[in-house]
Design a protein around this ligand. Structure first.
Ligand code: PNS
Length: 176
């Protein structure tokens, strides 16, 4: 049985990687699909191409995982998949459940698409792409919270902030 792991992945986090690792053990094949909307492109830190590049690098070691993108309804994407394919979504905490339950019901209602939830390990319960983006925008260390490909891309995106913060920290150390 095949699965689709959809999301914004702006960028992919260690929590996503944990869910993906578990999904790749359960399903024959998992497609990680960046769901994008041209009208919402400006709301993301990384462009679609950048997110795909990060995903390809972060998932290269999985023999049964591929990366894709789609700019429409998830149910329309699912209709193009092999019969019986399911949507995989990760749950970090109870707070995710209400939102995910609503989307899962909607996707079943409008497209007969089935969703399977996989719980991320508790150590990732507090990690989200938005928090990672926030920390990185101040030059903070996110290396534990994201795969190496995301960390490098965040560092490149905020190169000036990281350099400035590192210089400040070095100056503080030298002065103490
Ligand atoms: O990583 P995210 O932002 O939580 O992922 C949400 C996503 C992209 C899976 C969801 O917004 C989605 O499926 N978008 C595609 C449009 C769609 O099908 N919307 C109807 C269900 S909300």
């Amino acid at each position: 049985m095949n699965a689709v792991f959809p999301g914004s992945f702006d960028p992919i986090t260690s929590g996503h990687m944990d869910v993906l690792t578990r999904a790749a053990r359960i399903f024959d094949h998992v497609t990680v699909t960046v769901m994008h909307n041209a009208r919402k492109q400006g709301r993301h830190l990384f462009t679609l191409d950048e997110r795909l590049e990060i995903l390809r690098e972060a998932t290269a070691h999985f023999p049964n995982v591929s990366v894709d993108s789609f700019g429409g309804l998830l149910v329309d994407y699912m209709a193009r998949q092999e019969t019986g394919s399911v949507i995989v979504r990760g749950l970090r905490a109870v707070s995710d459940y209400e939102y995910e339950l609503q989307i899962a019901h909607l996707n079943r209602q409008i497209g007969d698409a089935e969703t399977v939830f996989i719980m991320a390990a508790t150590r990732w319960s507090f990690v989200s792409s938005s928090m990672v983006r926030e920390i990185a925008s101040y030059g903070g260390n996110v290396s534990e919270m994201v795969p190496r490909a995301s960390a490098s891309a965040l560092r490149r995106k905020h190169a000036d902030v990281y350099e400035e913060r590192e210089a400040e920290l070095q100056a503080q150390t030298a002065g103490s």
